[in-house]
Design a protein around this ligand. Sequence first.
Ligand SMILES: NC(=O)c1ccc[n+]([C@@H]2O[C@H](COP(=O)([O-])OP(=O)(O)OC[C@H]3O[C@@H](n4cnc5c(N)ncnc54)[C@H](OP(=O)(O)O)[C@@H]3O)[C@@H](O)[C@H]2O)c1
Length: 309
Amino acid sequence: MKMKTARIHAFGDASVIRYDDVPRPRPCSGEVLVRVAATSFNPTEAALRAGLLQAFLPVDLSFTLGWDVAGTVAEIGPGTEGFTVGDRVVGRLEGAGAAADYVRAPGALLVPAPAFVPLTRAAALPVAGLTAWQEVFEHGKVVAGQRVLVNGAGGGVGGFVTQLAKHAGAEVIATAGARSDQAVRRHGADHVIDYTAGPVADALDDPVDTLLNLVPLTSRDAAALAAAVRPGGRIVSIATPVEPPADAGVRAMHMVARNDVAHLTALVELVDAGTVALDISASHPLTDLADVHRLSEAGRIRGKVVIIP
Ligand SMILES: NC(=O)c1ccc[n+]([C@@H]2O[C@H](COP(=O)([O-])OP(=O)(O)OC[C@H]3O[C@@H](n4cnc5c(N)ncnc54)[C@H](OP(=O)(O)O)[C@@H]3O)[C@@H](O)[C@H]2O)c1
């Protein structure tokens, strides 16, 4: 049986994305076959498509896109335990592949999907949610009462970072442009700085305990933001490394998110409890994926975008 995929056979601009019919895979030992309800777009995927990640995240071509998956279990591989056909699942796939009607997935990477949101929305959660969880809790060590600056709160990761920092009890200062101002406030930001109006550091009246950086920065902007962190504070960046002056007494790190089903399960629970909302700005059919890449590269995407096969 055939299925539709969005994949690349070469690195390059968004035109390298092809919508190919391929044989539907069969799950191997330890895997299930997921009928994909949705995947979501993550900008790192555009970098991968352009060939910019080959040095540290090499992939073989042809490569089917789509790290996030939400769907239902359609078939269970030999020896795979803990699943029933029809189970609703979400996960972050190590080798991508969810930009397709079906994808094989190791059972160990999947968790039960949120019960109270449609699968077509739940696909927004794994990559961005896991990144945010690890930035806020694991590396940022955000706790109640801290002043936290979330730089880039309007993006797919930023929506989760803002909500998780608020959930931890922090006072959140978020940077956002006009188009994301309302969403960022809905996510609980106590103060919003319009990053398009001037240097963010100039708009801060007091130092912050923690800087969570989610956007590429010039070295000048990075230095100005780093200087806004009090001695003893922390900086965690998922984009440009942000280094404080040597004698500032500030711990700084650049992080790369990883799969962790305990973290993903905790996120699912927060979504089901209504504590964390999914900030989905658009939904597109699979055959629009190249256009979604172009929109992202033109800076025209905010929040999360889900892709429906
Ligand atoms: N290290 C890791 O493990 C990891 C994991 C996931 C993502 N990433 C990277 O982290 C970054 C964020 O990911 P994402 O999915 O959130 O991206 P995204 O959704 O594409 O982020 C877009 C948002 O960035 C905001 N933005 C752009 N320039 C800004 C600036 N100068 N100051 C403040 N906000 C700005 C815009 O906000 P407005 O709408 O307010 O204009 C826009 O909504 C990307 O570079 C991605 O590749 C890294």
